[in-house]
Design a binder for this molecule. Structure first.
Ligand SMILES: Cc1cc2nc3c(=O)[nH]c(=O)nc-3n(C[C@H](O)[C@H](O)[C@H](O)COP(=O)(O)OP(=O)(O)OC[C@H]3O[C@@H](n4cnc5c(N)ncnc54)[C@H](O)[C@@H]3O)c2cc1C
Length: 533
């Protein structure tokens, strides 16, 4: 993974010249005055952990699995949001952990948590490092140091229960690895987020991720039927049955807890038979409203395709345009929807029935070319972000969800807020996760960088978050809370809700060492040095 950008450097995407020109003409994008810092220019504080603590950590996991060199520290600094990349490009390594520790088992994790609690060391569980909400930025306040607990060595497929269609898997598996292991048994998880190449199973559970085929396979939290969690107070083994009436479901407490309550060391996941057939096709709607109504009908009455997404007018225009023809499609592009079907023989009938609903709802069938083109390029957009940043354009995404009846209000509120804060940015939106009762809205914003692009984006993001809360949406459909959404999340669940979460954290993590400041604010009672319950 590129330390200051996204993905495999070999896949870097150069910006087509017509697109660069469009950015200049339409948005006034100009090359940044300061060049990006090189790896060697990143400013790191000296390692704060004492040699004694480092030696004790090494005694648990072995010499080679505790690293405090610059390379390891820089590669475990923050996540991959645009502000994260901006800080790295500016050479700001101030959030780097003091050491990176790689446990090899659940027992290692338990022992490491015990040691870190004893020495007042904060612990940041680290999966693929793709958080876009500040989920990997623990506060140092009151701690002797910060350790990134990289779960990469916990990467086994432990067992498959073919009768129940579940697989027990370790959290450090990245999605391609997990899919390869399952493919040897003819199985799949069906979880394909845009961060597919790097994100891990543990990170998906901890942040309640949702993949591009969620309409068919469900969200990641739907797939989790059991888990083992190491906490500073002991181990939680959760999930004896798919569903249970035995009290509140504690699995739901860990899902979305973003490393603040415990470290997930194994997951029992629902799996599906790997599909034999995959067909993706395009539909055109006259407007976003007309397309949304069609998606709602499918979500409520069925049949629901495996992939179902709809771009608004702006995203359709930008997405459809070939670099040489930019701007030429605006007038009649309408809104592009993608419907994808994965499965077996039933795909033909399902596709026919869905096509009838889409046509009756005003959709025009565009054939498979737009669908195949979407499937082909589905993981490439993050590479383009790096090229845009380099030429002086800020590009970032934000997302929310709401009930169908409230979606138009939410859509307008976010767009207005972004336009208000950024002047005349390009704001694109799509719906990519649908339910009978509502859907998500995913916005992509492109704007010319000001003299202080970080402050410029933070102001815009704050105001968009306030607009989401005021318009009745949730602050996140699938990116999570981290540090960036903490205040908005608190506004969403109210003071009593925050108190409940704090109570759980205090019980599981009395010294507050797990990802302090992520999910909920650090409480004085949870700070180190204060007596334990
Ligand atoms: C380019 C890009 C595209 C993205 N696309 C999508 C998308 O389509 N859908 C989507 O849902 N998200 C998406 N994301 C967000 C991100 O990939 C998800 O939040 C993902 O779930 C994070 O997984 P990770 O393994 O990288 O976790 P990390 O970023 O390493 O960690 C995320 C959080 O979970 C905690 N954590 C990690 N592992 C564990 C564990 N084993 N136990 C306890 N806590 C743990 C961390 O401390 C942190 O708070 C995208 C991000 C990027 C940069």
């Amino acid at each position: 993974m590129l330390w200051s950008g996204w993905g495999d450097p070999a896949k870097a995407t150069a910006l087509p010249e017509p697109l660069r020109k469009l950015l200049q003409d339409l948005l006034g994008v100009r090359a940044p005055e300061t060049p990006a810092a090189s790896f060697g220019e990143v400013r790191l504080a000296p390692v704060a952990l004492s040699p004694l603590v480092l030696a004790e950590l090494r005694a648990v996991v072995g010499d080679g699995h505790v690293r405090s060199d610059d390379d390891a520290r820089i590669r475990h600094t923050r996540g991959k949001s645009t502000p994260d990349l901006m800080r790295m490009r500016a050479g700001d390594g101030s959030d780097a952990p003091d050491a990176v520790v790689l446990p090899g088992s659940h027992a290692d994790v338990t022992e490491l948590l015990r040691l870190c609690a004893a020495h007042r060391v904060a612990v940041v569980p680290f999966g693929g490092g793709t958080s876009v909400v500040g989920g990997l930025v623990a506060t140092r306040n009151g701690f002797a140091g910060v350790v990134a607990l990289d779960l990469a060595r916990l990467n086994r497929l432990i067992s498959v229960d073919a009768e129940s269609m579940t697989a027990e898997m370790e959290p450090g598996l990245r999605t391609p690895q997990a899919e390869q292991l399952l493919a040897t048994r003819g199985l799949t998880l069906g979880h394909f987020p845009q961060s597919y190449e790097y994100a891990t199973l543990g990170g998906f559970a901890a942040a309640r991720s949702s993949g591009q085929a969620s309409a068919g396979y469900g969200r990641f939290d739907d797939m989790v039927v059991g888990m083992t969690v190491a906490t500073p107070r002991g181990t939680l083994d959760l999930g004896r049955a798919p569903k249970s009436a035995a009290g509140p479901d504690l699995r739901q407490v860990i899902l979305g807890s973003e490393g603040a309550f415990g470290v997930i060391t194994s997951l029992r996941l629902r799996v599906r038979r790997a599909p034999a057939r995959r067909i993706y096709e395009g539909w055109r709607f006259a407007s976003f409203a007309a397309g949304s109504a069609a998606l709602r009908r499918l979500a409520q009455e069925g049949p629901v395709p495996t992939v179902l997404r709809l771009s608004d007018e702006t995203e359709t225009m930008i997405g459809l345009a070939r670099p040489g023809e930019l701007g030429g499609l605006a007038a009649d592009a309408g809104c592009l929807a993608i419907a994808g079907y994965e499965g077996f023989e039933e795909v033909t009938a399902q596709r026919e029935r869905a096509a009838a609903v889409l046509s009756e709802s005003g959709g025009v069938h565009l054939g498979t070319e737009p669908g195949e083109s979407w499937a082909h390029g589905r993981y490439s957009a993050p590479y383009l972000r790096d090229s845009l940043l380099a030429v002086g354009a800020t590009v970032e995404t934000l997302e929310t969800a709401g009930f169908w009846s409230n979606l138009p209000r939410l859509y307008d509120a976010v767009r207005l807020s972004l336009q208000g804060s950024l002047g005349s940015p390009l704001v694109m939106c799509h719906i990519s996760h649908v339910y009978g009762t509502g859907a998500s809205l995913y916005f992509t914003v492109v704007t010319a960088q000001s003299g202080d692009p970080l402050a410029q984006w933070e102001t815009a993001k704050r105001s968009a978050g306030e607009a989401i809360v005021a318009a009745g949406g949730t602050i996140s459909h699938h990116h999570g809370v981290g540090r960036d959404h903490r205040e908005a999340y608190a506004a969403e669940i109210g003071e009593l809700g925050v108190e409940i979460l704090r109570g759980i954290k205090d019980r599981l993590d009395p010294r507050g060492i797990l990802n302090p400041g992520v999910l909920i604010a650090q409480a004085p009672a949870a700070q180190p040095g204060v007596s334990e319950p």
